[in-house]
Design a binder for this molecule. Structure first.
Ligand code: PLP
Length: 389
């Protein structure tokens, strides 16, 4: 089947992204490249499975069968070459809900949690909302990419900070952490007995030439790891709310399972199950086509914006590209506001605790939508004469 990633009008569909854009621009005629979901349809295989289930007409209580975990195990095996086992998996409603439950269960008030900035802002929010302290381990900025700062991280571990949240692939800097980098991290965590929470929600959006390495690769040598993964970003299913939590450590598994039972949240949403099954069993071709599409969008954006004083960072994974503003007098917030006046919404890098001036741009849109957005951005850049040396 040929897949296309055609523009889909999501205005008036309760999409949070488009509601915010319309409010910010005070107009329906706007273009949004901010919040991380996609502006084209999910895979046709998923849509078909959902339509068939809806046609059945009864949506009563369900019980997840053995199939559920087998589907996930097969997916991990085929996509990441890993053998996870059934008793390491807990279905949960959302990744951020999983992180919140973990922090609430295993940390004491005023404990500290490390995040690696710039990073997805909800990490800080969930840490602080749980009455904990958020400590930053800044990533090191290189020419057009980032790396982890292990020295600083070790200092923090030495100071008895026992919990770290990592993002792999990393939102917003687009890194897909290599095996060696993760191995180094695990060795440090082992030395200081640190709990690593690995947010792997973007695991399946990997650009050509890169390979995703899950922290599940290290389960047999280090147990103090919790992974959060979901089909939501990859297949545009975030509104259905289904994610998975994985850990090899029995103590963590038991307490988390009990907590989800206590909250009466241990059975996933019926339609989310149907979508996940179709995505993980039949979605591979669409997923590969999407990678090509997103990468094509990345190359187009890079070629158009690099004439101006904007540095487009390397994109290894995610559909979110990180862009540095390298012209004087205009920082990310000023540019964000100028673009907003021209009815284009991007994300201001400050929200991610960037060190310097950056914007994040969501590439999960049709080529046409990207082209229109880029034309507006370029007009805007020309007005502020960013090409002047
Ligand atoms: C790194 C990361 N984690 C988690 C989420 C949110 O996941 P969920 O909606 O499952 O809580 C996002 C959404 O943008 C994200 O980028």
């Amino acid at each position: 089947m040929e897949y296309n990633f055609k523009y889909l009008n999501r205005k008036k569909t309760d999409s949070i992204k488009w509601k915010i854009a319309q409010n910010l621009c005070d107009s329906e005629d706007c273009f949004d490249f901010s919040i991380a979901d996609s502006d084209y349809e999910t895979a046709p295989e998923i849509k078909k499975a959902m339509i068939e289930r809806i046609t059945h007409g009864a949506f009563g209580y369900i019980s997840i069968g053995d199939d559920y975990k087998k589907i996930l195990i097969d997916f991990y095996n085929k996509h990441y070459g890993l053998n996870i086992s059934e008793n390491q998996i807990i279905p949960i409603p959302r990744v951020m809900n999983g992180i919140s439950v973990i922090l609430d269960l295993f940390l004491e008030k005023k404990d500290s949690v490390i995040i690696q900035t710039p990073v997805y802002p909800a990490f800080r929010h969930v840490i602080e909302a749980n009455g904990l302290l958020c400590i930053t381990n800044e990533l090191i900025e290189l020419e057009d990419t980032y790396e982890m700062n292990y020295l600083d991280l070790e200092d923090k571990f030495k100071n008895r900070i026992k919990t770290l949240i990592i993002c792999n692939p990393h939102n917003p800097v687009g890194r897909v952490w290599r095996y060696k980098e993760l191995e180094k991290l695990i060795n440090l965590a082992k030395k200081y007995d640190v709990l690593i929470i690995s947010d792997e929600i973007h695991a399946d959006i990997i650009m050509p030439g890169y390979e995703f390495v899950s922290l599940a690769n290290f389960f047999s040598e280090y147990q103090n790891i919790i992974i959060l993964n979901a089909p939501s970003k990859t297949f545009n299913l975030a509104g259905l709310q289904l994610a998975n939590l994985l850990t090899p450590k029995e103590y963590l598994l038991k307490k988390i399972t009990f907590e989800y039972e206590r909250l009466h949240l241990s059975t996933p949403n019926l339609m989310a199950l149907v979508a996940m099954e179709a995505a993980y069993k039949q979605g591979r071709k669409w997923l590969l086509a999407q990678r090509e599409h997103v990468y094509g969008n990345y190359l187009l954006l890079k070629s158009k914006l690099e004439d101006f004083k904007l540095k487009v960072f390397k994109l290894e994974g995610t559909y979110l590209v990180w862009i540095k503003i390298e012209f004087d007098n205009i920082d990310s917030t000023i540019l964000y506001e100028l673009l907003m006046k021209s009815r284009v919404i991007v994300s201001d890098g400050k929200k991610f605790e960037s060190n310097g001036s950056f914007i994040r741009f969501n590439l999960a849109c049709s080529r046409e939508q990207l082209q229109v957005g880029l034309n507006i951005i370029i007009d805007c850049l020309k007005k502020i004469k960013t090409t002047e040396k």
